[in-house]
Each structure stands twice: as structure tokens, then as C-alpha cells.
Design a protein around this ligand. Sequence first.
Ligand code: SF4
Ligand code: SF4
Length: 343
Amino acid sequence: MKSPEEFRKGSQQLGRALSSPITVELEVTSRCNNMCQFCYNVWEKGHSHTNMTAILDQLQEADVKMLFFTGGEPLMRRDIFELIEHARNHSMKTCVVTNGTLLTEEKAQMLKNLHTSVQVSLHGTEKTHDSLVGVQGAYQKAACGLNHLADHRVPTNINLALTRLNFRELPHVEDVAKSLGANLSMTRLVLTGKHARKALQFTSRTISELMRFLLHCDVKGASIQSPFPVCCLGEEGIPSMLEIYQKFDVVGCQGGITWCAVSPEGLVRTCGAMGSEEGDLKEESLRSIWSRSEFIWKCRTFSHVPQKCLDCEYLSLCTGGCRADAYAASGGISDPDPLSTLC
Ligand code: SF4
Ligand code: SF4
């Protein structure tokens, strides 16, 4: 484990060296055929930028290497395969992040031909998944889509959003992933969306239950795509949290350092869950936004984490937690992650 000084220095060097992000989540539409209770997206529904190829050209000009096509539901765009092809022709690696319900055999074949990977959301058993995404039959359709991807050998990751209602069903999702040869990841709940149900958020009791469950369950080789603060169970819980960090591959926050999101209207944010908009690609280049925005500069120089995290010995593990959750809770990017103050 790196010392906080070493870690901060490395992050600052990386952030200052990059004149644009390496990875972009491109939200190609805000339309979606699910109504997830935990949707983290911050915009109102209804937008699809018509000139998405101009935005793709902008991203190429900024030398973006990896592109996640997200939404909304990206497969609701009729031109999604042309957009993927456009990005592939610009030498970008691509991944389509989908709820899986619109994946037919033909689409799976097209995705295979385009050499893209796919991430499909599965949030538990059929009953729980349908209830969380707000649509009866969504699980069956996603399972069918996953089978098509497996039949066509499309590299696939199955992702479960951890909420207090579904975390015990992680082993079921792991079984599905194993049977299809897919990878498994989890996303920490970040309730920043305008329509997200706050009742799903963890309390001090349920966060302890979740961590006990993750510590003792048989699931192996999964990643957690947004970090839980190492201190989220209080001082006494730190040894357990360190075991969880050893057991799972927990990805630290890269928002505003190597990563950003672009909304369906071309607005730039440090990640898909972040509420603050830093510029508009219809009016300004990504490189210009990246060098001009004070908010992004704070992230790039790693001065965006709370004071208490700057010298914390666990900074290199949890990177100070989730900045989007902190911003949503208090309006300040440098305020503590709400999960770090629960216990
Ligand atoms: S870096 Fe911050 S959030 Fe992480 S354990 Fe330390 S004090 Fe908690
Ligand atoms: S702020 Fe960081 S940890 Fe939180 S959702 Fe965005 S990228 Fe992930």
C-alpha cells in the first residue's frame, strides 16, 4: 500500500500530464425502456443528441482511448452500430453498457463484428431484478440477451448495482456469469439521479450487513467499480474493510483525472454520476474544457478530496470515496463521502 504522500504525488503527476481524459462515458441518449429505482443519471429524460458523430470526432481529436457507450439505454438509438463503427475507425476501444433487454441474436452478431465488449446489468434474481428496474419481464429479456452474447462469444461483463434490497443475491448473479463465461462486477449505489429512490441508500446498520456479507460470501474474482471508504464501518471496522479490499478488485475514483462523462447534449461532467457540468462540446473542445475548468483542475491535482483524507494511510485504496456522492449530498466536491460518516 502506497503512503498518502506517494499516492497523491503519483495522481497529481498523472492528472497534470494528461491534457484530456483517457476514458469517456458517452451517454448517447437519455431514453430508456427501464425505470431503475437507483438510476444515477442526473439529467431529465428525453434527450438524444442528433449529431453524435461530431462529438465522436471531438473525442478522437482529444485522443480518447476508451469509450463506454451508455445512456439511458444505448441500444434505443437506431444508429448505435454506426456510432460504434465510427469510434472503432478512430481506433478507440469500445464497450456498450446496456440493460440487455434489446439484445437480439442479430445485434449480438453485429457487436461481435464490431469487436466491442458489452456490459449488461443484472441486479439479482428475476423477482428482485424486475422490481428494481421497474419493468416486469426485464430479467427474462436480459437473460436472453446474455445468451445471445455468449453464443457469439462477445466479451461480456455482468454488473450488479449494490442496494440494500439485493446484495444477498450476488451469488445468483455470479452463477449466471460463470455459466456464460462472463466477468462479474458490482457498482456501489450512488444515488445522484433525479429519480433515484433515497430509500435504497445504506444506513449504518445495512452497510455493516453488506460488508459482513461481502466478507463471508463465496463470490471470488469480482470487481467493485466505485470505492467504499475504508473507514465506512468506523475505526473498529477497518480490518474487515481491508479484507474486503483484498478479496475484491476495488476500483478507485478516476473522475476528472483520467475519466469523464459526456451527456446526450454534449455537456461534460467528471463522471456519469456527477451533478456539476463543466462545459459544452458543441461550443468548446474537450481539451479546452479540461484545461479551463477549475473543478476539473481540482481533480487533476488531487486537491478534490476531503482534508481528513489527504493524510489518511488508506488513501491509495479508497481514494477518499466517491466525489459524486459527496457532491450530491452537500454540493461540495471536497466534502466527506456520506458513507464515511455513517458509523
Ligand atoms: S481516505 Fe478518507 S474516506 Fe478513505 S479511509 Fe481515509 S478518511 Fe476514510
Ligand atoms: S465520483 Fe468517482 S467513484 Fe463516484 S461514481 Fe464518479 S467516478 Fe465513480
